[in-house]
Design a binder for this molecule. Structure first.
Ligand code: GRF
Length: 200
């Protein structure tokens, strides 16, 4: 069974979509551990409720990013794929290299448009008519790695950050488990910037 580690910072709804997909029997993988960088967040509760090992590696307890990441890495021994699901920290190039091709993220815009921590706000400010979400492999940049799957949603005239985020999130909950399933089934082939999805 492919072993996943899911890293989160807060609410954990993307985590929940992965748990649900596994529980429905659609995704043949095991979440070995959920790690958060903050205590008392909903992601930890969701993991606990699903009977998944969960720990908080509180960034505040570490002087440097290297020490913080070393503690996380201790918990990733034997992990096949690291899934960033609302993990609000930038990982160091060292960390990213260790998991090259085995580290995924989801971002709530159609990359390369609107990277960064305020995608919905930036989308609305710019006035684009279409937004969405992107699952990508993580490289050493921010939201810049090879794209695996994307899904588009219309931006409506009366959208607020909250209403847009909610519609995008529905799509996130569909495509993140799908992207992980493709990885688990060995169907993703990275060629430079391109991720080829191999046919059955
Ligand atoms: C999602 O919008 C995801 O795209 C972004 O952070 C949010 C996490 O939400 N990276 P949740 O914590 O999974 O509910």
């Amino acid at each position: 069974m492919v072993k996943l580690a899911v890293l989160c910072s807060g609410r954990g709804s993307d985590l929940q979509s992965i748990i649900d997909s596994i529980q429905r029997g659609e995704l043949q993988a095991e979440i070995s551990i959920v790690i958060t960088d903050k205590p008392n967040v909903m992601a930890l509760e969701r993991a606990e409720k699903a009977g998944i090992k969960n720990i908080c590696v509180d960034r505040k307890n570490f002087d440097t990013r290297a020490d913080f990441e070393a503690e996380i890495l201790k918990n990733l021994v034997g992990i096949d794929l690291v899934v960033l699901a609302g993990f609000m920290r930038i990982l160091s190039p060292d960390f990213v290299r260790k998991f090259s091709g085995r580290l995924m993220n989801i971002h709530p815009s159609l990359l390369p448009a609107f990277p960064g921590a305020h995608a919905h706000r930036d989308v609305l400010a710019y006035g684009v008519k279409v937004s969405g979400c992107t699952v990508h492999f993580v490289d050493e940049g921010t939201d810049s790695g090879p794209i695996i799957l994307q899904s588009a949603v219309k931006v409506l005239d009366d959208d607020t950050e909250e209403t847009l985020a909610a519609r995008v999130l529905e799509q996130e909950h569909i495509i993140y488990p799908q992207a992980i399933k493709l990885f688990v089934e060995g169907k993703l082939k990275i060629e430079g910037r391109h991720v080829k999805i191999l046919e059955d």
